[in-house]
Design a protein around this ligand. Structure first.
Ligand code: FES
Length: 109
């Protein structure tokens, strides 16, 4: 259901996801530029794309829907929907990935 990543100008990989695929409060994981990434639609409808690679030692974070937070299974790092660190050992926020929304499609990267 995702369109395959394509190579855009400048060689950057882009991914297009129909905006309707994501409900408020949900997160979708996907492969982006050879790594794990996640797209979140917050409860207020804001869209955010983040690297899903924990900034501590590189585990892949999990989405905890009830808390609207990311949890790293390795050492308990916690991140908010904007990627900022809420707790645990991670030294930096999850990296943000730029996205644009046009005509019902979310373009990531
Ligand atoms: Fe995520 Fe250690 S790798 S908290």
């Amino acid at each position: 259901r995702y369109l395959a990543p394509r190579t855009g100008q400048g060689g950057a990989a882009k991914l297009v996801i129909p905006a309707g695929e994501l409900k408020e409060g949900d997160a979708k994981f996907f492969e982006f530029a050879g790594s794990s990434a996640v797209l979140i639609k917050t409860k207020t409808g804001e869209l955010v794309a983040l690297s899903a690679v924990c900034t501590h030692l590189g585990c892949i974070v999990q989405w905890v829907k009830e808390k609207q937070q990311f949890l790293c299974p390795c050492h308990g790092g916690q991140f908010s929907t904007d990627g900022s660190v809420l707790g645990g050992p991670p030294p930096r926020p999850l990296a943000k990935i730029p996205l644009t929304v046009t005509e019902g499609n979310i373009t990531i990267g």
